[in-house]
Design a protein around this ligand. Structure first.
Ligand code: GLC
Length: 491
């Protein structure tokens, strides 16, 4: 079979740019898909300020914006031999300290979507599939449907609560009034709506989140649109790069270990305690590596700290983000020098040392589309304690009656009290012989991309065999086919 061509589009692809799970998936998924055969994959992202290294100029072209044109310069990374990576460069929009959080975010990412559309027309690589991710790329399935309808588009939702808006004037002439209404208010158009309505395949990152999003209280206003789609959304669990997150990697851990000899895990714990000046004693070490954000359960953690029993465990928090939470955490935890260590300087290296050295891992998220932290922790035999929402409920098993099947502990509700209770159950079990089994179950859990890649492939292929009318909301979508061959130049 001829290989299909797929262009993966994301606002974040680690190590170039990374604000969280989106960037991590951007690093591992396209590569895993390419390595599985069948697909020739390339990827494109904005040239953020965080992108380091000498890039190679490829081409430039104007991109029509609301009034006049903006220049797009396309660069590639000559050192990346794994996968061709394009960078959409425009210093006004992307040479900034942060990836998001600006008043003109909608305009910045609309420019990105338009620039990618133009790039596709110019490249000597006409994709069969364009795989877009989260709100930043939501306008691209719409633009493709209008201008290159022979390309199939996939839209993956990693977090439905961030949606993105753009004034309608930026799309003038492209949409009729019905289509404008379908995308939000007539004056402001919603990127997430566009992605949901115009993509041929809609996916999210776990079966659990897929169900939760259909409930109005969790769908962030998108529930009616999700119901309207003829082809339903599919929840496919994220995988991780198990080669990168591997407790046997001696270059990262001073004491590498595997599932058969998890005893060496303790030596990593001793190292960690010394590093963070926590006393060495019999108490297990409980870790949390997190963005400091309400949705990650920081508030309930802060409440729970006042009734945690620190005679039974030590707590290590590696966090980054909201300065408000940093301040609170720093002041609350100074009262517990023997029991709590807090670090606000996230690096992938120290994160791995914590996954390896800790005994338990906290993930009390309010909602969690997939969650990668619990998968990394399990890889290192660190037992997760979670609020079983979204992907956390799909990957962590708490079966009180059958510890031989379990790999973690569930909170019974989202509260500090329930976090404390779940933690206490884990601490009680830590004293028993069942704990070794928990560690083994964690370390043998298959979190590789293998299974999920097969699911993606099945769903990708199905797009090519569907009746054209059956995918997306076709109401009002012009079915105009345009010949684009003439516009293509060989670059
Ligand atoms: C977002 C979600 C997280 C998910 C990640 C990758 O960051 O919040 O749950 O694991 O995207 O899909």
């Amino acid at each position: 079979m001829k290989k299909r061509k797929l262009l993966y589009v994301s606002a974040e692809i680690s190590p170039y740019a990374n604000a969280g799970g989106l960037g991590e998936v951007g690093r591992s998924f396209p590569k895993a898909l390419m390595e599985s055969g069948d697909y020739e994959v390339r990827q494109v992202m904005p040239y953020h300020q965080s992108v380091v290294g000498e890039m190679k100029y490829l081409t430039d072209y104007p991109v029509a914006m609301e009034q006049g044109f903006e220049t797009c310069v396309v660069k590639t990374d000559p050192r990346n031999k794994d996968i061709v990576t394009y960078f959409i460069t425009n210093d006004r929009y992307f040479h900034r300290d942060n990836l998001y959080g600006y008043e003109d975010d909608g305009i910045r990412y609309f420019f990105f979507c338009k620039a990618v559309l133009e790039l596709i027309k110019k490249l000597n690589f006409m994709p069969d599939i364009v795989h877009t991710n989260d709100w930043h790329t939501g306008m691209l399935p719409l633009l493709i449907k209008k201008e290159l309808p022979q390309i199939k588009t996939v839209y993956t939702i990693h977090n439905i609560s961030y949606q993105g808006y753009i004034p309608v004037s930026y799309l003038s002439g492209l949409l009729n009034i019905k289509e404008q209404y379908a995308l939000g208010w007539p004056e402001w158009l919603n990127f997430m709506r566009a992605g949901i309505l115009y993509s041929d395949l809609l996916t999210t990152v776990s079966p659990g989140y897929c169900e939760e999003m259909k409930r109005p209280e969790q769908g962030c206003g998108m529930t009616p649109l999700l119901e309207k789609r003829v082809e339903p959304m599919v929840g496919i669990l994220n995988g991780i790069d198990i080669g990168n997150y591997d407790p046997m990697r001696a270059e990262e851990l001073i004491y590498p270990y595997n599932a058969l000899q998890p005893e060496d895990k303790r030596k990593n714990r001793t190292w960690l305690r010394e590093h963070y000046k926590l006393p060495e004693d019999e108490r297990p070490l409980v870790a949390m590596i997190t963005r400091l954000d309400y949705s990650k359960g920081i508030d309930i953690l802060l409440k729970a700290i006042s009734f945690f029993d620190f005679t039974k465990f030590q707590l290590m928090i590696l966090g980054s983000g909201n300065p408000y939470y940093q301040g609170l955490l720093a002041s609350i935890t100074t009262g517990y020098p023997e029991s709590i260590a807090v670090d606000f300087g996230y690096t992938a290296d120290i994160a791995k040392k914590i996954y390896a050295g800790a005994d338990m891992y906290l993930m009390p998220s309010l909602f969690e589309p997939c969650g990668l932290g619990q998968l990394y922790a399990m890889r290192y035999g660190t037992v997760p304690i979670v609020n079983p929402v979204g992907g956390l409920g799909d990957t962590v098993i708490d079966d009180k009656d059958q510890p031989e099947k379990s790999n973690g502990f569930y909170m019974r509700e989202w509260s500090g009290q329930a976090l404390n209770e779940a933690l206490n159950r884990a601490l009680d079990s830590y004293q028993t012989s069942a704990w070794k089994q928990y560690i083994r179950n964690c370390m043998t859990f298959d979190s590789s991309w293998k299974r999920s890649i097969n699911e993606y492939k099945l769903n990708y292929e199905a797009m090519f065999y569907r009746e054209p009318e059956s995918s997306g909301d076709k109401e009002g979508i012009a079915k105009k086919e345009r010949k684009v061959g003439a516009q293509r130049t060989q670059i």
